[in-house]
Design a protein around this ligand. Structure first.
Ligand SMILES: [Zn+2]
Length: 1021
């Protein structure tokens, strides 16, 4: 729902690199006292609930209770452990019966004001002023989920209260304006202009389906489930969304958003009885209701099917490629616990790493550019499996299918090797022990697991237990029972519920769809009487006025807020000891990591010549991929998975504040392992760096095609990041370097490289070897280790051994010879799309601005007020925000899935006057400050803490400076906002630059309307 982190889990991103195992979301026990938790009993006052079940869940070191609200039947899972990152979620089953996107539009709309919080967008007020560690809403094919998390108890209960009021008493069911804004409406600014559709979800989904990967995912799901609710699009199909009426929308809420259809979740270190008390305050006023929200099963097909569809492609010869994906329905209901675990292993064995046989067979076939398909999908009522390829020549489609079946047949006959099974078991066990959910709160990851059974009348505790079934499965495997081969036969080879989906390019489709929409709209306008047209104009103006009128400060007071006194005055420090290990600088972070060592070794990369920089990402992907001088690729991959939690290599390049010429640039070798395996992990890193083969032409070509295909997908799906990178490349050398390695320049380089690999392979190998030589020196190296003191002690000698293998001689000086930047121009980058991504930027330091912590507060406020209101709410874009990079000084405005282009630029320019005339009252100011502190103090798992501390060291951010910034944040005043208007003049000035990703048509139009901007149009796809 929020612009930057929306998740629409029915649109799973295609995973083409590392895949997480299905069980990785589970949570491993930590060392805290098990007995004290086990002794915990149910509260004495149950506040109208009855206790259905209680259980200690050792895997999560949590005591769990399943309660039922007596009056309504609402079910509550309440888990207690010592995790300070408390989480809550309310989930309703919301099966749609058509593709108008009702559940998705409702998901957006209920967060736009409620009985107790009757303001425009309580959700946005919470983003502004809370310490949340997670705040979002998600629409699935069959459910809508509202999760929150926070480490601060008062803040946590505020979030829960706002969310519960939002779902049970939203204003959107009385006020049609919200439906128009979030769903769809006719827009007509004057009687002479063309009628258009506007709406946040309407535009969000247009953006989604501008990406062929999303079209493929939708077609596959619908083809696999033609007869149940998964056969329609819960997110909404843009051509169908305008069929939705307000009455249907209202009915949908009345039917499904009721306690009798709710599953509520609490997790963390807060009091169990308080949770029930809080819930009864909302639930007691309802009576039980019979809600039919059950999800029907899709009956099994008697024979396999085939579906052929098309997508809107670009004009290039290169762009005329097909997708093919085979999809299987695996069961008529969720798997039982042990089968679920076995199928999770099977999925990991087939596709879990690049050396897994099914993935390897496809990637090395040369039949396509990259893998598509999610493998196992086990979150819905019926599990399914999908695999295929994109970038396939039409004539090769049957070959891809045959390869998939042949590979599966071979595996079903021969089985997996013991080494493959051992590697798979270790990688799954490692992820369970590590329980690393990244930025996603552990409690919510656990909730999603639990729901996979709970939502379908199963036992919510069942998916949380894995130790016993894992032990049982392992003993079956070690007793040499044939676990996987019969599964392969039953699930895939003998399964007739299988759909093959082909997606073919159509150069005319985009235009055809746009024309159909135009004709529909002009027919609509022609059918309106002059009075009716006046009415639409008046309605458009009324909606705009409403959207652009902020809530009064009095109204905003309803949102519960923390006080500044709740905020710690001093910045929290991450433990960091700085020393040395031989000639290498050593940073260590003494943190509890459950016996896992996290290691980063940073090798100087400023020694790499400029012209080889675009080759760096391919070099990192090639390492190990062709095997080493000691073992082949499969053996190398398996030993990494069997012995460690993973090893990766990636470049890091950033400007350093205070010196426009200073750049921090390193090749980062990262690895994690249990402390007893630190030695072998470091040996494998040495092997990877020095012994990796780099001369396999066929594999390298495949890596180039795969990377290129991923980049092309990014231009269409995340154009704002492409635009931002273009702007940075015009401003600084560091920005230019990053553009070479990950922006549009990289894409252009990859296109030429694909040819060069065929024509001049030897020179490519020579360049790859040069890069290896450049980064193999110990000069200027830095090592960063995270773990508790015992883990650190056990790992030091092996880290030293790795460093000892590096080139010790003082080679050529590393003072960077990098000097290039891209010329400053206004650019329009064209791709086949129906939405725009608009960026505009300037460097504030270059025009004299000096960094002050208040800029963080101001930047955050802009993203939730001016830019949110203008670009998203009234402009109809899915997102609009600004970004201030305090290292480089770049201030960048960006929009996301935006129907506008020039109008968005005008809104950006309007920021100056907005800030200059802004009067922020005391409450609003406090909220903005608290929200900003919440962001800079954000919750992190130990590996992330160690890495953050390293980044601060590299970018020369001292504890003193952090404290000074914090004080500046806390001391932000109204005047700070007004003054910042002056700094932002730089982004309004003619010297500021524009970069946008858009359609060719939108580009031509913008160029002719604003000749003074002298837009350079560049076709990308
Ligand atoms: Zn959405």
């Amino acid at each position: 729902m929020s612009s930057s982190s929306s998740s629409s889990p029915n649109k799973k991103p295609v995973q083409s690199t590392t895949r997480k195992s299905q069980t990785s979301a589970a949570i491993a026990a930590n060392d805290a006292s098990v007995e004290s938790m086990a002794a915990m009993s149910a509260p004495s006052n149950l506040h109208g609930f009855e206790l259905i079940k209680e259980e200690f869940v050792p895997e999560y070191n949590a005591k769990g209770f399943l309660f039922k609200h007596k009056k309504t039947g609402a079910e509550v899972m309440s888990l207690s452990n010592d995790d300070e990152n408390k989480s809550f979620g309310v989930t309703f089953r919301t099966p749609p019966s058509n593709s108008t996107g009702i559940p998705h539009i409702l998901e957006h709309s209920v967060l736009c004001g409620s009985r107790k919080y009757p303001i425009k967008e309580p959700f946005v007020e919470l983003i502004k002023g809370s310490l949340n560690t997670f705040l979002n809403a998600m629409t699935y094919p069959d459910r809508t989920c509202y999760p929150v998390a926070s480490c601060n108890l008062a803040d946590f209960y505020n979030l829960v209260d706002v969310y519960l009021d939002a779902v049970f008493h939203p204003k959107c069911i009385e006020n049609e304006r919200t439906f128009e804004q979030e769903g769809w409406h006719y827009e007509l600014n004057n009687k002479d202009e063309d009628l258009t559709y506007k709406g946040v979800v309407f535009n969000e989904m247009k953006g989604v389906y501008s990406s062929p990967d999303s079209v493929l995912a939708r077609e596959c799901q619908q083809a696999l489930f033609p007869e149940n609710t998964y056969g329609v699009d819960s997110g909404g199909s843009p051509e169908v969304i305008p069929e939705l009426t307000f009455a249907e929308f209202k009915d949908f809420h009345g039917k499904f958003y009721h306690p009798s259809n709710a599953r509520l979740w609490f997790y963390g270190d807060d009091d169990v009885e308080n949770r029930l008390k809080l819930l009864s305050g909302f639930l007691d006023e309802f009576d039980a209701k019979d809600v039919d929200s059950s999800i029907a099963s899709q009956p099994f097909f008697k024979e396999p099917k085939r579906v052929v569809k098309s997508y809107a492609s670009g004009e290039d010869e290169e762009a005329q490629k097909c997708f093919v994906q085979i999809n299987w329905l695996l069961n008529d209901k969720p798997f039982d616990q042990e089968t679920a675990l076995a199928v999770g292993f099977l999925d990991n064995l087939l596709l879990g790493s690049s050396a897994s046989p099914l993935r390897l067979a496809l990637e090395e076939s040369g039949l396509g550019e990259a893998i598509v398909g999610f493998g196992l999908e086990d979150e819905l009522r019926q599990p399914s499996f999908a695999i295929g390829m994109k970038g396939v020549e039409e004539a090769d489609i049957p070959k891809v299918e045959k390869l998939i079946y042949d590979t599966m047949e071979k595996i079903a006959t021969e089985g997996f090797t013991d080494d493959a099974i051992e590697a798979s078991i270790n990688s799954i066990e490692f992820s369970l022990r590590e329980n690393n959910t990244g930025r996603f709160p552990r409690g919510l990851s656990m909730m999603l697991r639990s729901l996979s059974a709970w939502l379908y009348e199963g036992d919510p505790f069942e998916p949380l237990r894995y130790e016993e079934p894992l032990k049982h499965l392992k003993s079956r495997i070690s007793s040499s029972e044939d676990v996987f081969r019969p599964l392969m036969r039953r699930l895939f080879l003998e399964n007739t519920h299988r759909v093959t989906v082909e997606l073919k390019p159509d150069q005319k489709l985009g235009e055809k769809e746009a024309n159909e929409e135009k004709m529909k709209l002009s027919a609509k306008k022609a059918s309106l009487s002059p009075e009716e047209i006046e009415h639409v104009v008046a309605e458009t103006a009324a909606l705009k006025l409403l959207q652009e009128t902020p809530d009064s400060p009095e109204a905003l007071k309803c949102i519960p807020a923390l006080a500044l006194s709740d905020i710690p005055k001093t910045a929290k420090e991450i433990p960091c000891d700085i020393g040395s290990i031989g000639s290498t600088e050593l940073l260590t972070h003494d943190l509890f990591t459950n016996d896992i060592i996290y290691a980063e070794h940073l090798l100087d990369m400023k020694t790499i010549p400029e012209d080889l920089l675009p080759l760096v990402p391919l070099w990192t992907r090639a390492l190990g991929r062709m095997g080493t001088s000691k073992r082949n690729f499969i053996e190398f991959d398996q030993i990494i998975n069997a012995q460690t939690g993973g090893i990766s290599v990636s470049p890091f390049v950033s400007p350093i504040r205070g010196d426009p010429n200073a750049i921090s640039a390193y090749m980062v070798f990262r690895g994690k392992a249990t402390s007893d395996k630190a030695g072998i992990m470091h040996d494998l890193m040495t092997e990877m760096l020095f012994d990796s083969k780099l001369d396999d032409q066929k594999i390298f070509k495949q890596l180039v095609l795969e990377t290129r295909s991923g980049m092309e997908g990014r231009v269409q799906g995340a154009g704002h990041s492409i635009a931002a990178s273009r702007l940075e490349a015009q401003d600084s050398v560091a920005g230019w370097v990053n553009e070479q390695m990950g922006g549009l320049d990289q894409l252009e380089y990859l296109r030429k490289l694909a040819k060069r690999v065929d024509e001049d392979w030897d020179s490519v190998v020579a360049d790859l070897e040069t890069i290896r030589k450049c980064v193999s020196s110990r000069n200027n190296s830095i090592t960063n280790l995270t773990g508790d003191s015992k883990t650190l002690d056990l790992s030091l000698s092996s880290a030293e051994k790795f460093l000892g293998s590096l080139n010790q001689s003082a080679s050529a000086s590393s003072t960077s010879a990098w000097k290039s930047m891209n010329p400053a121009v206004n650019e329009l980058l064209t791709v086949p799309t129906t939405v725009n991504y608009v960026g505009k930027a300037a460097n504030l330091y270059k025009s004299g601005y000096e960094l002050n912590g208040s800029s963080y507060v101001i930047n955050k406020l802009l993203g939730t007020t001016w830019l949110w209101d203008r670009v998203r709410v009234s402009g109809g874009a899915y997102g609009g925000f600004s970004d201030f990079d305090s290292h480089s000084g770049m201030f960048t405005y960006l929009s996301y899935r935006d129907p506008n282009l020039l109008k968005t630029l005008d809104n950006y320019d309007g920021t100056v006057e907005f800030l200059r005339n802004l009067h922020v009252d005391e409450d609003e100011l406090t909220k903005s400050i608290i929200g900003t502190i919440g962001e800079i103090d954000s919750y992190q798992l130990p590996d992330a803490k160690g890495y953050t501390s390293l980044m601060r060291h590299l970018l020369k951010i001292t504890p003193e400076e952090r404290q000074e910034r914090r004080e500046q944040i806390l001391g932000t005043t109204n005047k700070s906002f007004n003054d910042f208007a002056g700094a932002l003049e730089a982004v309004r000035a003619p010297s500021a630059k524009v970069s946008a990703v858009c359609s060719a048509e939108a580009a031509e139009k913008a160029k002719s309307e604003r000749p003074e901007l002298d837009f350079q149009i560049k076709r990308v796809i």
